[in-house]
Design a protein around this ligand. Structure first.
Ligand code: NAP
Length: 489
């Protein structure tokens, strides 16, 4: 059974009551974190408004709470605390109470303690009904001991909540219930998280469908650092649902690729029994993953980057769907590309895949980059000419492609070319997909060029990944709508 517990922490009773009532509408359990309250009187008024199970928590600062509370103050609070289904009490307190509704908890905000097993055994030796341990993950491999502890507790019949906090621990929040965790914590909304890495209840349900995940669920994920900004979970999870595939797609924050492959991916060495089927790979790991694969398709070898991995029995197979994802929408808009004069701006990973695909379709490519050394190296590798980006004119080109981050993130107000520079160009393709409409595309419209958005490539490469993992066709519309909605949001 999957239970979502929404945790709320507010400074005054009215705000706590309002948040708790909203939480109860989307949660199975509500946790009232009382440590944010300036005045603890009035809690009963909040409880009277709630009909769902409630966890009462008064967290001191040293365990991640918001209130300086000495041992005595906490002990005295629990002596007269209002009755609720659950009391979450830190392990240094031995409550003089009925233990049958106590969650005995331990938090480590620095990392995963070496003696995690000993901590668990100590907590499990108390009469508390439930053991809760929350540790901080810095890399996806930090989730391994958490999953192992869940396995152990399940085999011992002990009710537990074990979580890895932080972005690298998100997999434990999504998969935890399917592996025996009594509940998973969630935030009411994006701005009201009560612990690092918490995601909203709405996202747990409507993006990850946590209540549908079981031990047979096929697991796919995005490997990179960072990964939490990605819209790939929105696209792939929506496509799994639409196709009736029992699958889930997770963000997997990976710092060290070698350790990740050894401990979590390679079927002959991995330490976790999980139904891993496929991985998307993003920056900075697209080239580094190559050496850990058993087989790589020739196209990906030539491009020098793998963005898709299939776990096929004992074998890890690498593919590049960026090149096809890049070219498919382009062919639809432009028709055959043979002899087309194409300017590619940028000399990084996306430019590599684009140049490779364009040459395959016999386009005449010129590279433009701010760093002419990098442009020269890439140009020599693919035997194409290169120029400096500064003061470039594109009027002699049929197609101009932006393969730099200009127009996104901190560079949102910048464009690699003005309308004036684009005059006479037939089509402009921006690989940036966030925002969907970039400044570059707006300049292209002013210059009366056709435009192609990065979102088209994003969806097309994802569709090809889906096919590799499931053997089925994904609905482009479902993926497109999910990505567009996430980006709009
Ligand atoms: P990358 O490997 O880091 O390469 C980025 C390139 O842009 C480098 O040549 C870099 O030059 C250049 N650049 C960075 N900042 C610049 C600036 N201010 N002015 C001029 N050039 C600049 O990144 P990537 O993986 O190729 O990605 C590039 C863009 O494509 C990103 O926005 C990414 O989101 C997008 N992309 C989209 C898709 C899709 O599916 N639509 C797929 C892949 C990538 P230096 O080497 O001099 O820093």
């Amino acid at each position: 059974m999957t239970r979502i517990c929404v945790s709320v922490c507010e400074t005054n009773v009215a705000a706590l009551e309002s948040a708790a009532v909203r939480a109860s509408e989307c949660a199975d359990i509500v946790e009232l974190r009382l440590d944010c309250l300036h005045d603890l009187r009035g809690v009963q008024q909040v409880l009277d408004r709630l009909s769902c199970p409630v966890i009462l928590t008064l967290r001191p600062t040293e365990e991640g709470g918001h209130r300086e509370l000495d041992h005595e103050a906490r002990a005295s609070f629990w002596k007269t605390a209002p009755h609720t289904d659950w009391w979450d009490i830190e392990s240094d307190l031995i409550p003089e109470t009925d233990w049958s509704h106590v969650i005995i908890s331990h938090h480590d905000f620095a990392g995963v303690p070496q003696d995690l097993t000993r901590i668990y055994e100590q907590l499990a030796a108390t009469p508390a009904r439930m053991v809760k341990i929350a540790v901080q993950a810095h890399d996806i491999v930090d989730c391994i001991p958490v999953f192992q502890l869940l396995d152990r507790a399940r085999s011992e019949g002990r009710e537990v909540i074990v979580i890895a906090m932080g972005n690298a621990g998100v997999a434990t929040r999504i998969l935890g219930p399917s592996r025996g965790a009594f509940l998973t914590y969630a935030a009411l909304n994006e701005g009201s998280t009560t612990a690092p890495g918490q995601i909203t209840a709405q996202k747990l349900r409507s993006v990850y469908h946590v209540d549908k995940i079981d031990r047979d669920t096929m697991i796919c994920g995005l490997v990179g650092q960072p990964v939490m900004h990605s819209v790939s979970p929105h696209m792939h999870n929506a496509a799994f649902r639409a196709a009736g595939v029992n699958g889930v797609y997770l963000p997997l924050e990976v710092r060290d690729v070698k350790t990740f492959f050894t401990r979590l991916v390679d079927p002959s060495t991995r330490e976790l029994d999980w139904n891993l089927r496929g991985l998307s790979v993003t920056a900075p790991h697209k080239s580094t993953v190559l050496e850990y694969l058993d087989w790589i398709e020739p196209e990906a070898k030539q491009i020098g980057a793998v963005n898709t991995i299939v776990v096929d029995g004992d074998e890890l197979r690498g593919f590049n769907t960026d090149a096809a994802g890049f070219i498919e929408p382009l062919l639809e808009v432009m028709g055959p590309l043979s002899g087309l004069r194409v300017a590619v701006i940028g000399a990084g990973g996306a430019a590599r895949a684009a140049v490779w695909a364009l040459l395959k379709h016999e386009a005449a490519v010129t590279l433009f980059a701010r760093n002419t050394e990098k442009a020269r190296a890439l140009g020599q590798e693919f035997d194409v000419s290169y120029e400096s980006l500064s003061s470039a004119s594109f009027s002699n080109y049929d197609l101009v492609i932006n393969a730099t981050p200009l127009g996104s993130g901190e560079l949102i107000d910048q464009s690699p070319a003005t309308a004036e520079q684009l005059t006479g160009v037939r089509c402009v393709y921006d690989l940036v997909y966030n925002p969907i409409e970039t400044l570059f595309l707006k300049e292209a419209c002013k210059a009366n060029c056709k435009t192609l958005r990065g979102l088209e490539m994003l969806v097309a490469q994802a569709k090809n990944q889906f096919q590799l993992w499931t053997g089925e066709s994904a609905s482009l519309n479902v993926m497109y709508d999910a990505a567009a909605a996430a980006l709009d949001h």
